[in-house]
Design a protein around this ligand. Sequence first.
Ligand SMILES: Cc1cc2nc3c(=O)[nH]c(=O)nc-3n(C[C@H](O)[C@H](O)[C@H](O)COP(=O)(O)OP(=O)(O)OC[C@H]3O[C@@H](n4cnc5c(N)ncnc54)[C@H](O)[C@@H]3O)c2cc1C
Length: 236
Amino acid sequence: MNIIEVSLISYPEEAELIANIAAVICYSKESELEKVKQKAILKKEEYLSKIIESGHLSIIEHNIFVFHVSGVSRVLSHQLVRKRIASYSQQSQRYVNAASFSFITPKTIDELGMKEEYENKIKELFAFYTDLIEKGVPKEDARYILPNATSTQLVVSMNAHALIDFFSSRCCVRAQWEIRELANKMLNEVKKVAPVLFKKAGAFCDFYGYCPEIEKSCGRAPTLEQLKQNWKSNSK
Ligand SMILES: Cc1cc2nc3c(=O)[nH]c(=O)nc-3n(C[C@H](O)[C@H](O)[C@H](O)COP(=O)(O)OP(=O)(O)OC[C@H]3O[C@@H](n4cnc5c(N)ncnc54)[C@H](O)[C@@H]3O)c2cc1C
């Protein structure tokens, strides 16, 4: 069974206070830090929520959330690292012998009754990988035969703004299932420790209230086109 493991290994406990401080300095004449802090402490949840909703997201960039992710495939990690506003450290296939690594089996293959055939093919590839290494091929070259399904582990860090953007594209039902599962697990973790920062975080439509898709919208939220049409007919 595929199990994606996600642990939030580090986060700033004061992330929401820091966001409030950043917001207060933007909108206040006050420059004495202690007074700014006091103002920030007294702010209610709605203050931060409204600023985040307004799109003033630089105030939630002064933090870093660090995750350990394992039980995922190289298919997933390849998609994950497309997110450039983030830091990554990934298990090396140059230095670590992958012979004992597990691999990911998509449900669709299992449901089609082809799990055994799929697993046997992958085991053959791993056996050939071991063979190459035993014959003296360096790990960095033998790994060329490993499939995308090979499991990997990473440490990944993002600030809250980058995470909200990541969730908006990868929690969407249109995202590929494995990265969507990872994004939803990461979202659960950050919601526990910074519920105001991530109050509306989720798929694009959760955060922005509409769907950017044109033809492939799931129908959960109005598309931008529909909003434009409504706006036009209401303003006639
Ligand atoms: C459903 C889906 C399908 C996808 N399919 C593919 C695919 O087939 N092939 C593929 O290659 N990728 C694909 N991607 C990856 C996608 O194109 C993005 O690279 C990835 O989601 C990272 O998003 P980002 O660029 O917004 O984030 P980041 O890389 O974190 O960048 C954040 C923001 O910084 C700005 N930025 C960063 N770099 C630049 C730059 N060089 N120039 C200008 N502005 C910049 C942009 O405003 C960007 O939104 C897919 C993503 C999704 C969600």
